[in-house]
Design a protein around this ligand. Structure first.
Ligand code: AQP
Length: 331
């Protein structure tokens, strides 16, 4: 059975973007794969996190993943910092990856923006840690959004250079699993910007803990343009906000954009937004309800994560120890 590793940063409450782009797919992949799903708190602190908020967000994410259908008994759910193998292998990879490779990473350029000199060194070496996350388990398949393809290519470069430099065939090739139907959801305030759980504006996103009223209000206020919806997909070109809402509707109803436009084309945004809000609520409400129930018992959530970390550590520890032996550490 192929082993899958994927992670989500506890840098906020997961959004409908995380759900449609990742979590929903993670749930489906549990059939037929051995899955490790990780709350990547080491990655989260590459940008400032208030310590109390980080603890809280880690529990919220665990609750949401369980509520969305991640089976932590058959598969493994844990937080990254609880398995030291990640950080140890990441250090080795810091010494394998080349500065020139990291300089080409577009996510660093996007996240650092104009402030390149002031961001953390952790943000710069983030892709090396991501490579370690995957390769510490000899995972071969990684479900990610399209934006992460470049990081996976880097993980392969690191694996190959490690194997070459030390004359071994130790780390396998990893493959990105980008589901064709995975939607890229954009901000409700700016159709050219990705919806993000850490965006300063709560109005830019639907959190998976929002109630029905909040969801309806956010969608009603979502930025649009004055034209009615087109009847064909070509009519969405140069209309990023309209395209985003239609894409969300298509992803939530399991149909294509054309089918959504066949039903709603020619309508103004008022009735369409109402229909979309109903769809979003139908998806989010059961997840939020179950997550809230789980959050009432934080000790149970902590125990689930601890057990996950112990099972994850049992897989990663021998692999990372062998990597350390190959490098020449006295182990
Ligand atoms: N807007 C999105 N649409 C589709 N997929 C998305 N993902 C994130 N945002 C969208 C996918 O969710 C998974 C987990 O993401 P992450 O937490 O590791 O980091 P991220 O991509 O940086 O997500 P955020 O929400 O934007 O986090 P912050 O605000 O902390 O940077 C990934 O598979 C990602 O593709």
């Amino acid at each position: 059975m192929q082993r899958i590793f994927s992670g989500i940063q506890p840098s906020g409450v997961p959004t409908i973007g995380n759900y449609l782009g990742a979590i929903r797919n993670w749930v489906a992949l549990q059939q037929g794969h051995e899955c490790l799903y990780c709350l990547v708190d080491l990655h989260a602190i590459t940008t400032w996190q208030d310590p109390a908020a980080l603890r809280e967000q880690t529990r919220i994410q665990a609750a949401i993943l369980l509520a969305a259908g991640i089976d932590a008994d058959t598969h493994i759910l844990f937080n990254q910092s609880a398995v030291s193998a990640h950080a140890r292998l990441a250090w080795i990879f810091n010494c394998v990856a080349r500065i020139g490779w990291l300089n080409r990473m577009t996510q660093f350029k996007d996240k650092a923006g104009k402030d390149r000199e002031a961001v953390s060194a952790g943000l710069y070496v983030y892709p090396n840690l991501m490579a370690a996350d995957i390769l510490a388990y000899h995972a071969t398949r990684v479900p990610v959004g399209d934006d992460q393809r470049q990081h996976l290519e880097l993980a392969n470069d690191i694996a190959q250079k490690f194997n070459h430099d030390y004359g071994v065939e130790f780390f396998p090739a990893v493959e990105a699993l980008v589901p064709p139907e995975a939607a890229r959801v954009m901000s409700l305030r700016d159709g050219n910007k990705k919806m993000s759980k850490s965006d300063a504006s709560d109005q830019s996103r639907i959190n998976l803990t929002d109630d029905a009223e909040t969801i309806a209000l956010k969608i009603r206020r979502a930025k649009t343009d004055p034209e009615p919806l087109p009847s064909e997909a070509a009519g969405l070109a140069d209309r990023p906000e309209a395209r985003n809402l239609v894409t969300m509707m298509a992803a939530l109803s399991g149909t294509g954009i054309e089918a959504v436009l066949a039903e709603h084309g020619g309508q103004g945004f008022g009735p369409f937004k109402q229909a979309l809000a109903e769809r979003v609520v139908a998806t989010v409400e059961p997840i939020a309800g179950e997550a809230n129930r789980l959050l009432a018992d934080p000790a149970h959530l902590d125990a689930v994560l601890r057990r996950g970390a112990s099972r994850a550590g049992a897989i990663a520890e021998p692999i990372v120890r062998e990597a350390e032996r190959i490098v020449g550490f006295l182990t």
